[in-house]
Design a protein around this ligand. Structure first.
Ligand code: 6PG
Length: 225
């Protein structure tokens, strides 16, 4: 298991994730006058986002990008944007910006619009999650499409097995590889075992391993039982 940080409780895990995101934001602001972090959806990370948004940061200098999105309107319960707006509300109210991936029209058109916004971003850190099927972002086994091979930052994928919505918009592996730091936040014994198993497989079948493909820049895995 590469670079695994273990926490005693889920609360400690969420605070540690918030600590790392805060550090990346502070360093980005110190280096460039502004900072950007890319955040995953799903159910695991929301408490980390709530913890982060309660902190005292120079919010008008901060942008939240999204790691992936289900192709649904932003008021749909499956929308990652909806979860992020709820969790990050105090930071957004103080001037932070959230860059949606979803826009109306076809998934391909929305991906093109989002790519124009996301391609120039300097992403200081990306917080990734992992599903029980070994997907990360919206890179699904056997359905990652161009996400693992395209030089663009944002692509549309169709993954019939995906929870919430089969049509997804996702940052590509190349976009995540350009992030200053990458964290993988998982909890529970079963996800740890799933990650161990994934590390012996190929990215096509276990897309989460694509995060570990560069030996020089391994993500930090944050885990609690
Ligand atoms: C999504 C996510 C996704 C997530 C994993 C883990 O929209 O589904 O961004 O990649 O990180 O599915 O989700 P859980 O935290 O709900 O297990």
């Amino acid at each position: 298991m590469p670079h695994l940080s273990v926490f005693a409780t889920r609360d400690a895990l969420m605070q540690a994730a918030a600590d790392r995101l805060e550090a990346a934001l502070r360093e980005g602001i110190a280096a460039r006058g502004a900072a950007c972090i890319a955040l995953s959806g799903g159910s695991t990370p929301e408490p980390a986002y709530v913890a982060l948004a309660a902190r005292d940061l120079d919010w008008p200098k901060i942008r939240f990008a999204m790691v992936d999105e289900r192709f649904v309107a932003s008021d749909d319960d499956a929308s990652n944007e909806k979860m992020l707006r709820r969790a990050l509300a105090p930071a957004l109210a103080k001037g932070a910006d959230l860059l949606p991936l979803f826009s109306s029209g076809s998934p391909a058109d929305a991906a093109k619009r989002a790519d124009a916004i996301y391609a120039p971003l300097h992403i200081d850190a990306a917080l990734m999650g992992m599903g029980d099927d070994m997907h990360t972002a919206s890179w699904f086994p056997g359905a990652a499409g161009e996400a693992l091979s395209d030089a663009r930052s944002v692509v549309a994928v169709h993954a019939p097995m995906a929870t919430g919505c089969a049509d997804r918009l996702t940052l590509t592996q190349s976009a995540i590889a350009r992030a200053g730091r990458v964290f993988l936040l998982i909890s529970g014994e079963s996800k740890r075992a799933t990650l161990d198993a994934a590390l012996a497989l190929h990215a096509e079948d276990a897309p989460v391993v694509a995060l570990f493909s560069d030996c020089e820049r391994q993500p930090e895995v944050l885990w609690a039982a």
